[in-house]
Design a protein around this ligand. Structure first.
Ligand SMILES: [Mg+2]
Length: 386
């Protein structure tokens, strides 16, 4: 089998751009992949166009070796843009290999460990009693793990975000949430690296022990030593890793015991090839995967196959708005006529060969639109993280 075409699609789907890749072969089998480098998709598209030059004619069965060739074929190896492109291609190659051998992708990864991949959800809307009520709805569906809303002020409109105001308001409602939801609830928060070390410490210290089961990425991840300092200031478990673009970025966080959940993103870290290496490494340190899954149905399906095939797994992130008609627009069947769907509190395992996702290529017609993440600021005018 030989690769005959590598087609990148940076297109607007629904409410955002998606960076997809279709790889075709001389046997008529094709595969789809997705990249997670949201907001800078054209950079990834350019890398895929470079890789196309040497991928055509190669055997997709040699996906592990192709990963190495893509990673090592430039002097300036690694980095988020390159591995986001490699991720999409690697996922598409696994889709092809699964179809060629007539098995779902998890069968290529060692087989299934579970019959269903459990999820965690995130409350939509503002913090306060509304989020607690939504968490109660999740618990009625059997989803006991969730991230609650917090006071994000005017951040989504690129306006004001003042960390000290946010943490004081949010902490009060998290204490109330634990009271109302009880200890069966697994309560987390994703502060989206909008705090610094001292602010995170204060936030955690405002709440009694076991108000939170995890805090996700309160600070930026460039400096693992900063997280090590934070570790001495709070006992709340950390969930870190959605921005990591290789096993090497996970290295200090796993080996030095910094993260307690691995937020691996299969569309950024390097596809199945790299995710399975991170999973094995995490397993040796008794760390469960809690994959990041903010994109489209290809990302979800790939994450489900990964989640099925590893022993150390907590929950897969689910975007309720696109997974369930009750919480938003629901699944997009026009572009993705076949996809892996949420059933209750998890994803059943797909049985079709490959990923189990079909893409209607003719519907990938809305052109790329330049979109910027919000650029929020503090009260004094200085820039802060979205
Ligand atoms: Mg996050």
């Amino acid at each position: 089998m030989k690769i005959t075409e590598v087609k990148p699609f940076a297109v607007w789907v629904g409410r955002r751009n998606q960076m997809l890749v279709k790889i075709e072969t001389d046997e008529g089998i094709y595969g789809w992949g997705e990249s997670g480098f949201s907001g800078r998709e054209l950079g990834v598209k350019g890398i895929i166009e470079h890789y196309r030059e040497f991928l055509i004619g190669k055997d997709p069965m040699s996906r592990g070796a192709l990963w190495q060739e893509m990673y090592r074929s430039q002097y300036f190896e690694g980095g988020r843009t390159l591995t986001a492109a490699i991720s999409a291609i690697d996922i598409a190659l696994y889709d092809i290999v699964g179809k060629k051998l007539g098995v779902p992708v998890y069968e290529l990864l060692g087989g299934k460990h579970r019959n269903k991949v459990p999820v965690f959800a995130t409350t939509a809307g503002p913090y306060g009693q509304d989020m607690i009520d939504q968490a109660k709805e999740f618990m009625e569906m059997g989803i006991n793990a969730f991230r609650l809303s917090y006071d994000n002020m005017d951040i989504q409109s690129g306006g004001l975000f003042e960390p000290r105001v946010s943490i004081a308001n949010s902490a009060e409602w998290f204490i109330e949430a634990r009271k109302q939801l009880g200890n069966q609830a697994i309560i987390g928060v994703d502060y989206h690296h909008r705090l610094n070390v001292a602010e995170t410490a204060s936030f955690c210290q405002m709440m009694p022990s076991h108000t939170l089961d995890f805090i996700e990425e309160p600070i930026r991840d460039e400096t693992p030593e900063a997280y090590e300092v934070l570790r001495t200031l709070t006992d709340v478990p950390f969930a870190i890793g959605e921005e990591f673009a290789s096993k090497w970025q996970f290295l200090p966080y796993i080996e030095r015991g910094i993260t307690n959940y691995a937020r691996v993103d299969i569309c950024n870290v390097g596809g199945f090839t790299e995710s399975m290496k991170v999973a094995g490494w995490a397993e040796a340190h008794y760390i469960d995967l809690m994959p990041h899954n903010p994109l489209g149905p290809i990302c979800t399906a790939a994450s489900v196959h990964l989640g099925a095939a590893v022993p150390n797994f907590a929950w897969l992130e689910v975007a309720m708005a696109r997974a369930s008609n009750n919480y938003g627009e629901g699944p997009n069947f026009e572009v993705y006529p076949e996809q892996v769907l949420l059933e209750g509190n998890g994803y059943s395992l797909p049985e079709k060969p490959g990923l189990g996702v079909e893409v209607n290529e003719d519907k990938l017609s809305e052109p790329f639109k330049f979109w910027e993440a919000p650029h929020p600021h503090k009260e004094d005018g200085s820039h802060t993280n979205w």
